[in-house]
Design a protein around this ligand. Structure first.
Ligand code: 87F
Length: 512
C-alpha cells in the first residue's frame, strides 16, 4: 500500500467486494469513499492522504507532505516569535542518548522504557554500547544545565528546541495523533524561584490555547492533570485538552509542566544565590507537537474532505477560471492572474489553478478536498460585470463581489470563516459536555460518547478504580483535566465514583 507500490495498488483496487463506484472515485482522485459519521477511522485516513501525509513502509511513520508541513511552519512562526518575546533562546541537542544518561533518573524513565528505540549496530558490527534515540530531552539537556548554571546571574535559563523525537508506540498508530516519530518543540527552563516557574507554566499554556483556538479554530480546555496523569518526573502538569465528538474521545493538545526540583536534585543543578548559599533551581518543561494538525483535521473535516482554518492554510484562496465555449478564455485567465496578484498584494495567500487538463468541476472538488477556505470562480458573466464569485468552504455560501474591493472584502471573508469554524466547533463540543453526579449517570454518558464533567474526590486510588471498572475494547475512561475555570461546587457534593466529599469538577472520558 505504501510508497513505491502506491500506483500499482490503485490499478488493482477492484478487490473482492468490487465496488465499481469507489474504484472510479479513487481513479480520478475525486470525493471520499466513506462518510465522517459512518466510518470515522477510514474517513480520517482518507482525508489525511489528500495531501497532508503519505503512508510509509514502517508502521507508525508518515511522510509530512508540503500541504501539512506548511501548517506546522505557520504555527511554528507564531510560537517561536512569542517565546522569543519571553527571552527563550533556541538551541539544538543531539538525537542520541547514552544509556547511562538516559537511565540516570530512574523514576522518570521507568514506565516509558518499552518505548525507547535503540541503535545497536553500525554496519554489520554491534556497537560496544547501544545508543538510545531521544524520546524527550530532559536527561540529554540537564547535565549541561548543571554545567552552565553556576550563580544567580545565570538564571533564568530558558531554552527551546524544535526537533523530532521517537517513541516506539505499540498501540494503533494514527497519522499526526500517534506516530512513532513526530516533530515538536520542547522548552526547558530553570528559575531561582518557584513563583517564576509557576508564572511561566501558565504563560506557555496560554500560547498553546492560542495555537488551538486562534490558529486551528479548535476549542480547548485549560486545566490541571491528575496525579495519575501528570508527568511522573514533575511536580504538576497543566494541559490544553480537545475533544473529538465523532469518537467521543478527549485528546491532550499540549502540556506545560512545572518540574519542581526533582531533576535539579538528580542532576545537581545548583547555583550560588545572592547570599552566597547553594540553592537548587526550579524547572519547567513544555511541548506541543504535530498532533495539533491531527486534532484540527478531525475537528473540521467533512464528507467532502479537509477544511483548513484560513490562519493556517498555506493557500487561503484558490482562483479558478470557468471558461465557456465561445467566451473570451484568455480574458478570463488574465482576470484570474490579476485577481491572484491583487490578493497577494493585500497579504492574502492566493493561487490560481489554470491547469487545462481538468474541468472546473473537477478543480472545485479537488480544492474542496484539500480544504482551501475560499474559492473564487471567474466566468464570462463575472468578466462582464467586473466581479468575482466567492464560495466558502466552511458553509458553501456564495457571494459575488466587485473586483474593485477585492483585497478588503476577501480579508473580511477569511476572518469570518476563521471565526465561524471556531464557533461551530465550540457548539459541537458543548453539545457533548454532560455534567453528571452519580456512577450510573457516568456510565450512561460514557456510552453516549460524552465529555463528562463530574465532581471528584481527587484521589489517585479512585481514578485507578474508575479505569479498572471501565476497561473494555474501546479503552478505559480516565481524567482529562480539572478545568481552571471551575463551576460552583455546592457544599456537600459527593464524588460520583467514591461517594466521598467532592473536591473539584473534573473532565473524564476515553482519550487518544
Ligand atoms: C517515552 C519514552 C521515554 C513521555 C516518554 O511532556 C521517556 C518519555 O519522559 C517521557 N514519553 N515522556 C514525558 C515527557 C515529558 C516532557 N518532556 C519535555 C513533556 C514536555 C517536553
Amino acid at each position: 500500500m505504501a510508497g513505491p507500490s502506491g500506483k500499482k495498488d490503485k490499478a488493482e483496487k477492484a478487490g473482492p467486494s468490487g465496488k465499481k463506484k469507489k474504484e472510479v472515485k479513487k481513479e480520478t482522485g475525486l470525493g471520499l469513499s466513506v462518510k465522517k459519521d459512518e466510518n470515522f477511522g477510514e474517513w480520517y485516513s482518507e482525508v489525511c492522504k489528500h495531501e497532508m501525509i503519505e503512508y510509509y513502509d514502517i508502521s507508525g511513520c508518515y511522510i509530512l507532505r508540503p500541504w501539512s508541513m506548511a501548517i506546522w511552519e505557520i504555527m511554528q512562526s507564531f510560537f517561536d516569535a512569542e517565546i522569543k518575546k519571553m527571552k527563550v533562546k533556541n538551541c539544538y541537542f543531539p538525537l542520541f542518548v547514552s544509556p547511562g544518561v538516559l537511565e540516570k533518573e530512574k523514576d522518570h524513565i521507568e514506565g516509558f522504557a518499552p518505548e525507547v528505540a535503540w541503535v545497536t549496530k553500525s554496519g554489520k558490527s554491534d556497537l560496544e554500547v547501544p545508543i538510545a534515540i531521544r524520546p524527550t530531552s530532559e536527561t540529554v539537556m540537564y547535565p549541561y544545565f548543571s554545567k552552565w548554571i553556576r550563580g544567580h546571574r545565570d538564571l533564568p535559563l530558558k531554552l527551546n528546541q524544535w526537533c523530532n523525537v521517537v517513541r516506539w508506540e505499540f498501540s494503533n498508530p494514527t497519522p499526526f495523533i500517534r506516530s512513532r516519530e513526530f516533530l515538536w518543540q520542547e522548552g526547558h527552563t530553570a528559575f531561582a524561584t518557584k513563583e517564576e516557574a509557576d508564572e511561566e507554566v501558565l504563560q506557555i499554556l496560554e500560547l498553546y490555547r492560542r495555537i488551538y483556538e486562534e490558529y486551528l479554530a479548535v476549542p480547548v480546555v485549560k486545566g490541571m492533570k491528575s496525579e495519575n496523569e501528570k508527568f511522573a518526573g514533575g511536580l504538576y502538569t497543566t494541559s490544553v485538552e480537545a475533544f473529538i465528538p465523532n469518537t467521543g474521545r478527549g485528546v491532550q493538545g499540549a502540556t506545560s509542566h512545572c518540574l519542581g526540583q526533582n531533576f535539579a536534585k538528580m542532576f545537581e543543578i545548583n547555583y550560588e544565590n545572592e547570599k552566597g548559599e547553594t540553592a537548587m533551581v526550579w524547572q519547567n518543561s513544555w511541548a506541543y507537537s504535530t498532533r495539533t494538525i491531527g486534532v484540527m483535521i478531525m475537528t473540521h473535516g467533512d464528507d467532502k474532505g479537509l477544511i483548513l482554518p484560513p490562519k493556517v492554510a498555506s493557500v487561503q484562496v484558490v482562483v479558478i477560471p470557468v471558461p465557456y465555449k465561445d467566451a473570451n478564455t484568455q480574458g478570463i485567465f488574465d482576470a484570474c492572474t490579476a485577481t491572484v496578484s491583487t490578493l497577494c498584494e493585500a497579504g492574502i495567500r492566493a493561487e490560481e489553478d489554470l491547469r487545462d487538463n481538468y474541468s472546473p468541476g473537477w478543480k472545485y472538488s479537488n480544492w474542496e478536498m484539500k480544504g482551501v477556505p475560499l474559492r473564487i470562480e471567474i466566468g464570462p458573466r463575472d468578466l462582464e460585470n467586473d466581479q468575482v464569485r466567492t464560495v466558502r468552504r466552511d458553509n458553501g455560501v456564495k457571494e459575488d463581489i466587485p473586483r474593485g474591493s477585492l483585497g478588503k472584502h476577501v480579508q473580511e471573508l477569511l476572518e469570518k470563516i476563521q471565526q465561524n469554524m471556531y464557533e461551530v466547533a465550540k457548539q459541537k463540543r458543548e453539545a457533548c459536555v454532560e455534567e453528571i453526579k452519580t456512577w450510573d449517570e457516568f456510565i450512561e454518558a460514557l456510552n453516549k460518547k460524552k465529555l463528562i464533567l463530574a465532581p471528584w474526590c481527587d484521589e489517585e486510588e479512585v481514578e485507578r478504580d474508575v479505569k479498572a471498572r471501565t476497561k473494555g475494547e474501546t479503552g478505559a475512561a480516565k481524567t482529562l483535566c480539572s478545568p481552571f475555570e471551575q463551576p460552583e461546587l455546592p457544599e456537600g457534593t459527593l464524588c460520583f465514583a467514591s461517594g466521598k466529599p467532592a473536591k473539584k469538577w473534573t473532565y473524564w472520558g476515553r482519550s487518544y
